[in-house]
Design a protein around this ligand. Structure first.
Ligand code: ATP
Ligand code: MG
Ligand code: MG
Length: 554
């Protein structure tokens, strides 16, 4: 294969294979914390971890990093499994939980205590923070730092046995309070949390910290390449320190590799912030179609193919950047272009009566299901005296270059006839309620009559007699800003777009009745849509996935 297309992680793996560091094994993991729903940033990590293993004939574990019982639950575990599978990846029998390793992690902590590399500290979390110092100020040692091994063993056991309240004691790694890397200034590796765990119940009241549990879990699973986001670069020395005394049969200690996290314009990428949106009712739930969660994106109508294509296109970099959301939109258009059937739906209808069309007459027109993919065939549409067209396809006083319908002007109705607007009917408030038109019976599509006529506009329409009522949900971006909210930890709620959802009462051609929630189609001239889960036997609801106009500069 082509060396030039390899990313920096693949280059590292190649080097490891050459030096036989891992006996040519490639074993990655995706380690979400089940404290929320996954978002599109996680999709990048999933595609990367599973994708790299696939490429090298290796394996990928799905591991729930469940070390924080007060924030985690089974609903999140299940949603994460569903999302990973939906993206197209399988873990077979490689589903693990950090909580499966609590005994092993505990035993390893005792080993570190015995080696004089860990101690129980009585300082409060505020004191620990204060003693830790900062970039310009070296840390100060805790008075507990030089406790004997025996005392540490006794206190740690008492912590485990529930003798102390939350925060009363912690276990710290004994590394270097003067290290220029703050992470190495005796980090906390165990803390007391009296909260039931969704898997281990009340067995434990001490839980390992992420920075300790993570490398040990990687080592237990014999992971070779532990891929994480850039903010963990400073934690790598700690990752390695934690495994210095880990004894594996063949000494194959996992290697941590950091890559740039995904940021997308107009999207927040943090479970914590997404939870705020859900809890404040700003969105309808984790799967609201405006949410950047995988569940939201799926309900919005995105396909796994489009998400995987997006993750491929953005690539893997060592430096943070923000991807324009229009690339994501480009990917779904590309995926649906050839496979989504086109149907006609008038989103915001206005009634049109064709005065010279015979009362009671109905004819059928043949329409293409996908102009770009002939293999999708054709369907029949009915046409009669009363139809609907789009409200914004009519202007009473047309602006320049408005080639759609206006008084005295002609347009073509797609697959049907040329019509001319003769009269505008308004209600008492001056709102247009109906247009009276005439049609040219000679102008039927396919008759060839159009050839020497100057009719520039072609409109979509539906026949009033068999049109289906559809609720159309048109979304705008949930956030107004362009990625700033990720770095500015301030009030991202100020960035909320108050007009991110518009609802229309639309009229669709009867063909739509055959579709089921999750089915996707193009509304001719309008964009791509998906039938939403809110659809019932009597009420159809569609979400706009994306409009047709492509703003992505290739
Ligand atoms: P959040 O900050 O949104 O809560 P997290 O990093 O805390 O996310 P985890 O469940 O711990 O969430 O993440 C699981 C994996 O997904 C980690 O390896 C993490 O690095 C990766 N990940 C999380 N966010 C992104 C992102 N925006 N881009 C790429 N990878 C990400
Ligand atoms: Mg996390
Ligand atoms: Mg996080």
């Amino acid at each position: 294969d082509n060396e030039i297309t390899k990313n920096f992680i693949e280059n590292i793996i190649d080097e490891d294979n050459e030096s036989n560091t891992y006996e040519k094994r490639v074993h990655t993991r995706f380690p979400p914390e089940p404290n929320g729903y996954l978002h599109i940033g996680h999709a990048k990590s999933i595609c990367l971890n599973f994708g790299i293993a696939q490429k090298y004939g290796g394996l990928t574990n799905l591991r729930f990093d469940d070390t924080n019982p007060s924030k985690e639950n089974v609903e999140y575990v299940n949603s994460i499994k569903e999302d990973v599978q939906w993206l197209g990846f399988t873990w077979d029998d490689r589903l693990f939980y950090t909580s499966d390793y609590f005994d092993k992690i505990y035993t390893y902590a005792i080993k570190l205590i015995c080696l004089g590399k860990a101690y129980v500290d009585d300082l409060t979390s505020d004191e620990i923070r204060e003693y830790r110092g900062n970039f310009s100020k070296p840390g100060k040692e805790s008075p507990c730092r030089n406790r004997s091994v025996e005392e540490n063993l006794k206190l740690f056991e008492e912590m485990k046995d529930g003798k102390y309240a939350d925060g009363e004691k912690v276990l710290r790694a004994k590394i270097d309070m003067a290290s220029p890397n703050i992470n190495m200034r005796d980090p906390v590796i165990y803390r007391i949390v009296h909260a039931p765990h969704h898997r281990t119940g009340t067995k434990w009241c001490i839980y390992p910290m992420y920075d300790f549990a993570h490398p040990v879990s990687d080592a237990i699973e014999r992971i070779t390449h532990s891929i994480c986001t850039l903010e963990f670069e400073d934690h790598r020395p700690l990752y390695n320190w934690c495994l210095e005394n880990w004894e594996d049969a063949d000494g194959q200690i996992p290697r941590q590799i950091e890559f740039a996290r995904l940021n997308v314009t107009n999207m927040v990428m943090s479970k914590r912030k997404l939870r705020v949106l859900v809890e404040k009712g700003i969105v309808s739930g984790w799967d609201d179609p405006r949410m950047p969660t995988i569940a939201g994106i799926r309900r919005r109508g995105y396909t796994p193919e489009a998400i995987r294509d997006f993750c491929d296109r953005i690539g893997v970099a060592k430096a943070d950047s923000t991807v324009d959301i229009s690339l994501l939109e480009y990917c779904i258009r590309e995926d649906l272009k050839m496979k989504a059937p086109r149907i006609m739906t008038v989103i915001d209808p206005i009634k049109v009566v064709i005065m010279n069309y015979p009362v009671g007459q109905t004819e059928t027109m043949t329409a293409e299901n996908n102009q770009e993919n002939e293999a999708m065939g054709t369907r029949e549409m009915t046409f009669s005296r009363t139809i609907y067209i789009e409200r914004n396809d009519f202007m009473e006083i047309p602006v320049k270059k408005f080639f759609r319908l206006s008084p005295g002007k002609e347009v073509r109705l797609k697959y049907a006839y040329i019509i001319k607007c003769e009269e505008v009917i308004k209600d008492a408030d001056g709102v247009i309620v109906e247009l009276h038109c005439t049609y040219d019976p000679e102008s039927k599509s396919g008759s060839g009559i159009n050839a020497n006529r100057k009719v520039k506009g072609t409109l979509h329409w539906v026949n009033a007699a068999d049109a289906v009522d559809v609720e159309t949900r048109i979304y705008d971006y949930l956030l107004k800003s362009n990625g700033e909210e990720e770095t500015d930890n301030g009030d991202f709620l100020a960035q909320i777009n108050p007009h991110s959802l518009d609802v229309y009462h639309s009229k669709a051609e009867a063909y739509i009745l055959q579709y089921h929630p999750g089915d996707k189609f193009q509304f001719l001239r309008q964009g791509y849509f998906v039938l939403d889960a809110d659809t019932s036997a009597t009420h159809m609801v569609v979400n706009r996935i994306v409009g047709l106009r492509d703003t992505w500069a290739k």
